[in-house]
Design a protein around this ligand. Structure first.
Ligand code: GN1
Ligand code: MG
Length: 369
């Protein structure tokens, strides 16, 4: 689907920007980023020789049904990260408050907006450009988890219940197939067969968690590689972004989503599947970078399951894309027909290649474990 919310022009952006404590008045704004759920804009604000950029985001409240609870998490997490000692080149994300001190603004359509400082001099990548970037990204996500170990206060709110409950995601696919509301099931036989044949994978980490072998952490839950910013000059991680799904989870969900998104040499919706396969040198950088920053918070079972986590999350996101296709593209943003199906095929091709490379991946992990 395209955005389910009203179109936004310059004067709308100016009005929304005016609700926040900005250093200068709104000058112009433009769409930003490739997120599949929220709408993001970069706005430039100017007064005399002051010029500042901010990111304004409209939160998709169909997906995030309790935006105040979500924003409470975001405020707690951004405040906590900002209070940690910062290594050189790290610049934690700052949430800009409204004039009344709130973390978000509600517009006349009932849509929720928030504002972050735009981080200058940093880049985000949809595809990993080099091995050092892979290592820096994994280090940053690991550091993020490690820094949240002592987050004060109660457990964070669950912004989307069962977000990484892959068993539930599997059941959702079955329900979608049975309902077949838009008559697409007959056109995706091989994809459905691939998905159904791997049902045991859906329970892999949940079983370990339920058996008390892997603990809950505070996790990011959407560690696709474009959600870490990399310093343009030093190539180091500057900060992790996109805190919408930061909540209690398994540490391995974050490692798994790095593997899913970083080891794929193609965009998520690549149609030439011969190009999609797990890049082992990148996988090695992810293992090294993540263990470098997060080893102290992981137990041996978690480290033993780094490979499983990559497969699990690749499978899970593939299930979600396929389910959305079968349901008529109601969840993820699409800009062409069959995009969700292509995304599902891409994830399944990547998963297949991880299955084929199991021995090599095990060797890599044992080098660092
Ligand atoms: C969505 O919107 P974005 O790009 O941050 C999705 C993730 C998926 C990702 C796949 C809340 O993230 O779970 O992994 O697309 N976020 C939500 O690209 O569903
Ligand atoms: Mg996200």
């Amino acid at each position: 689907m395209s955005s389910p919310f009203p179109p936004v022009d310059q004067s709308d952006l100016a009005n929304i920007a005016a609700a926040f404590e900005l250093d200068a008045p709104f000058d112009n704004g433009a769409l930003h980023g490739n997120g599949l759920i929220n709408d993001s804009f970069i706005v430039e604000c100017k007064r005399g020789d002051i010029s500042r950029r901010y990111v304004l985001q409209r939160v998709n409240h169909h997906v995030f049904q309790d935006v105040p609870a979500l924003m409470e998490n975001v405020q707690r997490v951004t405040d906590h990260l900002a209070s940690r000692p910062q290594s050189p080149n790290r610049r934690p994300l700052r949430l800009v408050r409204t004039h009344s001190g709130q973390g978000y603004h509600v517009d006349e359509h009932g849509c929720h907006w928030r504002c972050y400082d735009f981080i200058e001099g940093a880049l985000s990548y949809d595809v990993i450009p080099s091995l050092p970037v892979a290592r820096a990204a994994a280090y940053s996500f690991g550091e993020f988890q490690a820094q949240l170990v002592d987050l004060p206060g109660p457990r964070l709110n669950e912004t989307i219940p069962d977000f990484h409950n892959t068993r539930q995601r599997f059941a959702n696919l079955r329900t979608a197939i049975e309902a077949d509301t838009v008559s697409r099931v007959s056109s995706v036989g091989p994809e459905i067969e691939f998905a159904l044949a791997r049902e045991p994978l859906a329970s892999s980490l949940l079983d370990l968690h339920e058996a008390g072998k892997i603990p809950e952490h505070t996790t990011h839950n959407d560690t696709k590689i474009s959600n870490v910013l990399i310093d343009e000059d030093s190539g180091e991680g500057v900060c992790v972004i996109d805190f919408d799904t930061v909540m209690p989870g398994l540490g391995l969900y974050d490692f798994g989503d790095m593997v899913r998104s970083a080891t794929n040499p193609c965009l998520e919706d690549e149609t030439d599947l011969s190009k999609v396969s797990v890049q082992l040198p990148i996988f090695e950088e992810l293992v090294a970078g993540y263990l470098d920053s997060a080893r102290s918070i992981l137990n041996a079972t978690e480290i033993d399951n780094l490979i499983v986590s990559g497969r699990l999350i690749t499978y899970e996101i593939g299930l979600r894309f396929l389910t959305d296709y079968v349901e008529g593209d109601t969840y993820f943003r699409t800009d062409r027909p069959n995009q969700n199906l292509d995304r599902a095929r891409g994830q399944f091709a990547l998963l297949q290649s991880m299955e084929n490379a199991d021995a090599e991946m095990r060797q890599i992990v044992s080098k660092y474990a």
